[in-house]
Design a protein around this ligand. Sequence first.
Ligand SMILES: Nc1nc2c(c(=O)[nH]1)N[C@H]1C(S)=C(S)[C@@H](COP(=O)(O)OP(=O)(O)OC[C@H]3O[C@@H](n4cnc5c(=O)[nH]c(N)nc54)[C@H](O)[C@@H]3O)O[C@H]1N2
Ligand SMILES: Nc1nc2c(c(=O)[nH]1)N[C@H]1C(S)=C(S)[C@@H](COP(=O)(O)OP(=O)(O)OC[C@H]3O[C@@H](n4cnc5c(=O)[nH]c(N)nc54)[C@H](O)[C@@H]3O)O[C@H]1N2
Ligand code: SF4
Ligand SMILES: [Mo]
Length: 719
Amino acid sequence: MSTRTVARQCTLCEAHCGILVSVDNDKVTRIEGNPDDVLSHGYICPKATALADLHSDPDRLRRPLRRVGDGFEEIGWDEAFALIGERLRAIQRRHGRDAVAMYLGNPAAHSSSVIYGIALRVALLTKQFYSASSIDQFPQEFAAWKMYGSNVLMPIADVDRTDRLLILGANPAVSNGSVTTMPDARGRIRAIRRRGGTVVVVDPRRTETARIADEHVAIRPGGDPFLLLGMLHTIVTDDRTPPQATVPVSGWQELVDLVTPCTPEDMAPRAGVDPDTIRRLARDHTAARSAVAYARIGVCHQVTGTLTHWLVNTLNAVTGNLDRPGGQMYATPPIDAARLVRLLGSGYGRWTNRRGEHKSFRTELPVVGLADEILGDGPGSPGPVRALVTYAGNPVLSTPQGGRLDEALESLDFFVAVDMYLTETSRHADVVLPPISHLEREEFDFLFPVFSVRNNARFNDRVIEPQPDSLEDWQILARLALEVVPVPFRSLLTRPLRSVIDRISPLRLGALGVLTGPHGVLRRGRKGLTLNKIRRTPGGVDLGPLQPRLRSLIATSDRRLHLAPDEFVTEAHRLLGADETVSEGTEFDLRLIGRRHLRSNNSWLHNVPTMVKGRDRCTVLMHPDDAAARTLVDGQPVTVTSRVGHIEVPVEVSDEIRVGTVAIPHGWGHDEKGVGWSTAAAHPGANVNLLHDPKVTDTFTGNAAVNATMVNVTAVTAP
Ligand SMILES: Nc1nc2c(c(=O)[nH]1)N[C@H]1C(S)=C(S)[C@@H](COP(=O)(O)OP(=O)(O)OC[C@H]3O[C@@H](n4cnc5c(=O)[nH]c(N)nc54)[C@H](O)[C@@H]3O)O[C@H]1N2
Ligand SMILES: Nc1nc2c(c(=O)[nH]1)N[C@H]1C(S)=C(S)[C@@H](COP(=O)(O)OP(=O)(O)OC[C@H]3O[C@@H](n4cnc5c(=O)[nH]c(N)nc54)[C@H](O)[C@@H]3O)O[C@H]1N2
Ligand code: SF4
Ligand SMILES: [Mo]
């Protein structure tokens, strides 16, 4: 038996494209798109092949590491767990439960092991819990909670059936969709136009998505709430009949009162979009047979993140496009995760960070505050957090800390990183626990079918047998949970408890979830799904288009859709009355936004040679007029300075970006000592998050607002 082909999904980003992996004696010889995959139909992006490089990467850790002096040595798993257990238990005994913090990163969400990440969090019983969600979709969740009663009820865009797609602050042609899982977003967008529909992209940059759309609206960064208020003004002025919806609606009059004074003429300067365009966008949204506004990271990363997502959802609802084909909808996934957890509550405001600036949401605190919770007021008076566990995250590069997180991690009493690399973050750890590679996992994803544009059930077969004495994330996390939970007679009980836990694999839980889920045999009889049935169907099982189901999901106490939650209306009034000219006329004259590249994925694919070959990608993108005004030329090294930091990158001159705006990608800055990424070290780039102020956040959630930081750009002066 030499060459085999295994069907699974690429687990690098939310699209989870179906792939066929050919293996010859445990060596991957080819990765290609699976034409039979029911969601991606053969599409893959260039990153899929990185899965093989990641697996064979000599820099990838295979054994646990323990810190000795400035370096690390390999140790056995049992020894590692015993050491961690002792230290974490001692710290919690001495300083209280909240002395141990936990951070859960993005790839955690791409594996069913995440269930055990949550189990570890519960076992730690700490209020100091953080995740990448607070530099990501917190605003979207908060808006969903207030409008539909649960943070998990974020509606998704039915792109495969819509007649009009209005995209704000997302670049799906590169990202392949997020909180609307759409592999081959390019193909899906082209299909809208082919069937006679229209696509409009609202973005300060003429993005890869804008280039294949019917229209690009180059909004001013942060201008979205004004654009949306102006559109809603037009809609309610044209027709004051309350909207029809599949559930009863409240707040219509409050919404009308709010938007009536927001004329497109008044909104135009603050949106950076002319009044006629605002009116036209509004009328086209209303007139289309079906239409959906879809917004993502570009608007989450704003001080107005929550407010903007509320207005986006409201625009869809008032034009009759919520819970109907072609509009904003909810999936009916094989494991109905949203339905199962929607009544849990949002945990908003149950506790705060030590200074009382940030409220807990989803029972976590925003990650922008983590460094401060560790460092406190300095060496004599540290913060409440003395130890940290990170799982699949690299917050040193991915969160705005003004450089303080590096220092904070170094000052911890104890730090455990569950990661397969020595990263800018895990290099500070006392123990690093590496899981097996993505291709060694066998699993059933239960999260992204909740956000997919078409209902589907797909299995991930194992491609390569893991080496003996290696562990999966969930096994590592379950062992950690056992180590930290206060168990009487630990030495006697650990072994039997371990054998019980070993049997509760995420796969077994998944099988149960499918069986009892909306498509499962328990509900549908013999024709229904089991995990085995899904496993035997290599491209997955197609479960049909999205279905209206808000009526059964809505979780507000009065089971109404809330169009105008009080705090949003109040905040909108505050925003409309605010003086926005404060930051203008200062030494910082450019607005910095982010950008993503097809061959990059946050911070951790830069060690794969094929992902970093070619032109330098960590550049500051600048309009020719702005470059000329500063006598800068393409490729020239420049210093980008904000109120809290400065970095050096080359300038890239292009008219695809709006005048007055510059863009730098995140996830770079691999030049720290002790990082185990040898390929990445050869073209490190710079960490853009050193420019972002952790104090600038979304008003409601504390989500990092990294998309309108004021900066200046100057030529690097000779030393
Ligand atoms: N300025 C700016 N900052 C941003 C963003 C932005 O647009 N602009 N985007 C933000 C967004 S949306 C996100 S999601 C965050 C991401 O932020 P993070 O999740 O903190 O960072 P990643 O770069 O995804 O790092 C993932 C880490 O997990 C490890 N890893 C990969 N796979 C696995 C696995 O299967 N198991 C384990 N245990 N480890 C694994 C990798 O080696 C890497 O160290 O970044 C955010 N930061
Ligand atoms: N290739 C690749 N794919 C990825 C990732 C990756 O790093 N690389 N990361 C994955 C992750 S973790 C996530 S969360 C998703 C994110 O997926 P997307 O949300 O599609 O991410 P971005 O490409 O960052 O798109 C954000 C867009 O917002 C624009 N923007 C910035 N400020 C504003 C503003 O004020 N208003 C408006 N209207 N637009 C603005 C930016 O120019 C940018 O084009 O992508 C996922 N997919
Ligand atoms: S878009 Fe690319 S990285 Fe994302 S799942 Fe598909 S192949 Fe993988
Ligand atoms: Mo993300």
